[in-house]
Design a protein. Structure first.
Length: 365
C-alpha cells in the first residue's frame, strides 16, 4: 500500500550528533545546532551505474545518509521511472519538491521527479515570459518536438534544475539544501548527459540556452560536484565502471567514489575455501563424520551428501575468487570505495535506512 506524500516515515535515531562549530552556507535547519562540521564535502552528488546495479537504491540511501544530523537533502530523479517513489513507498512524485522522509537526527529528504517538458515550460517562462503561449506550445506538441530534435537541450533542462537547487539560497543567505543527490542515467550515457556544454555547442553559440549550459557546467565541473559509480562484483559492471570513470575524467567532470553494491559475505574461511576449490572429498567426509552423520560408507547418508556439498562449495569458492579479483580491479582505479551488503529479502523502507546507516559508518562520501 502506498503512503500519501504527506505521511513521512519516522527515522530510527541511531546516529549520534557530534559537538562542533557552525558551518557557514549550510541550510538554516542545520546551522547552529552543534553538529558535525563537514568541510570540503561535495554538495551535488550524481549517482550512476550499469543497469541492474541498484543505482536508484544507492542514490536514495545516500540522500538519507546525507540528511542525518538535522540536514536537508533533495533527491532528484531524471529518467521518469518513479523509482524513488517506489523505494520510499509513497505516491508518484509530481513535478515539485516534496518531503518524503525524515532522517536520523531530524533531517529531511525532499524529492523531485524532473520532467523535461515541464522544465522547458519553466525555462520559456523564465527567459521569454510566454505564459499561456507556452501552454499552447505544449498542446501543439512543439515542446516534445524541440526536446526530440535537440536531445542536448533536454539534458540542459534536466541537469539545470538540479544545479539550480544546489545554488538556491534562502532569505538568510544559507543554502536551501545542504546536498542534492541525482539518480542519473546509467554509465553508458552519463558523460554525455553531464557534459551538456558540448552537447548544445552546435545548437546555440550565444543567448539564454548557451548561458544556461555555461551556468550548468560551472556547477558540474566544480568541486561542489561528485559523480559516484555503483558497481557489482561482476565482470561487466566493473568494466563499465572503469570505462565510465575514464570518460568522466577526460571530460573534466569530478568523480567521487565507487559504491560496491549487493556484497555477500564469504561463508568459508581461506582454509576451507582452498579445500572447496580442490574438492577434497576425504576432508569433507571426515567433517560429516565429526558432525554425527556417520562414516562415508558407500550409500550411507554422509556418502550421499558429499558430492552435492562439494559442488556447492566449489561454486562458492569460484565466486569468492572472482569477486576478489573484481574488487581488486575497482580498488586499483584509485577512488574511495564503499560497500553495501545484499539484503536477501529485498530493499524495503527499513532496508533503505539500514543502507543509509552503513554509508554513514564508512565516512563522508
Amino acid at each position: 500500500m502506498k503512503r500519501p506524500l504527506g505521511d513521512i516515515p519516522e527515522a530510527v535515531p541511531d546516529v549520534s550528533a557530534t559537538e562542533a562549530g557552525g558551518f557557514p552556507g549550510v541550510s538554516r535547519a542545520y546551522r547552529g545546532r552543534g553538529l558535525v562540521r563537514l568541510l570540503g564535502v561535495s554538495r551535488l552528488h550524481v549517482v550512476s551505474g550499469k543497469g541492474g546495479t541498484g543505482k536508484t537504491t544507492v542514490a536514495a540511501a545516500l540522500a538519507l545518509a546525507l540528511a542525518t544530523e538535522g540536514r536537508r537533502t533533495l533527491l532528484v530523479e531524471v529518467e521518469g521511472r518513479q523509482g524513488i517513489a517506489q523505494l520510499f513507498e509513497t505516491e508518484a512524485l509530481p513535478y515539485e519538491e516534496r518531503k518524503i522522509a525524515v532522517a536520523p537526527g531530524g533531517g529531511e529528504v525532499h524529492a523531485l521527479a524532473i520532467d523535461a517538458e515541464r522544465a522547458l515550460l519553466d525555462y520559456l517562462q523564465m527567459f521569454y515570459k510566454l505564459g499561456t503561449a507556452g501552454r499552447a506550445l505544449k498542446k501543439l506538441g512543439a515542446i516534445d518536438f524541440a526536446t526530440t530534435i535537440a536531445p542536448g537541450l533536454r539534458d540542459v533542462l534536466l541537469t539545470g534544475k538540479a544545479c539550480e537547487a544546489v545554488r538556491r539560497k534562502d532569505k538568510s543567505g544559507g543554502f536551501v539544501y545542504d546536498a542534492v543527490v541525482m539518480d542519473a542515467p546509467p554509465t553508458g550515457r552519463i558523460t554525455r548527459f553531464l557534459n551538456v556544454n558540448d552537447e548544445v555547442a552546435g545548437l546555440a553559440k550565444i543567448g539564454p540556452i548557451h548561458n544556461q549550459a555555461q551556468a550548468v557546467m560551472r556547477v558540474l565541473k566544480s568541486p561542489e560536484t561528485a559523480v559516484h559509480m555503483v558497481a557489482l562484483l561482476e565482470e561487466m559492471p566493473v568494466q563499465e565502471t572503469a570505462d565510465g570513470i575514464a570518460e568522466l575524467r577526460t571530460a573534466g567532470i569530478p568523480v567521487g567514489g565507487i559504491v560496491i553494491n549487493m556484497t555477500r559475505p564469504a561463508v568459508l574461511g581461506n582454509g576451507d575455501l582452498d579445500i572447496a576449490a580442490r574438492g577434497a572429498r576425504t576432508a569433507v567426509a571426515k567433517a560429516l563424520s565429526q558432525a554425527g552423520l556417520g562414516g562415508a560408507r558407500r550409500g550411507g547418508l554422509a556418502d550421499r551428501l558429499i558430492d552435492p556439498l562439494l559442488e556447492q562449495a566449489r561454486e562458492h569458492a569460484e565466486r569468492v575468487e572472482l569477486e576478489r579479483a573484481e574488487h581488486a580491479e575497482l580498488t586499483a582505479i584509485g577512488l574511495p570505495t564503499y560497500e553495501l551488503e545484499l539484503l536477501p529479502e529485498g530493499v524495503d523502507l527499513a532496508g533503505l535506512y539500514r543502507l543509509a546507516r552503513d554509508l554513514r559508518k564508512q565516512g563522508p562520501i
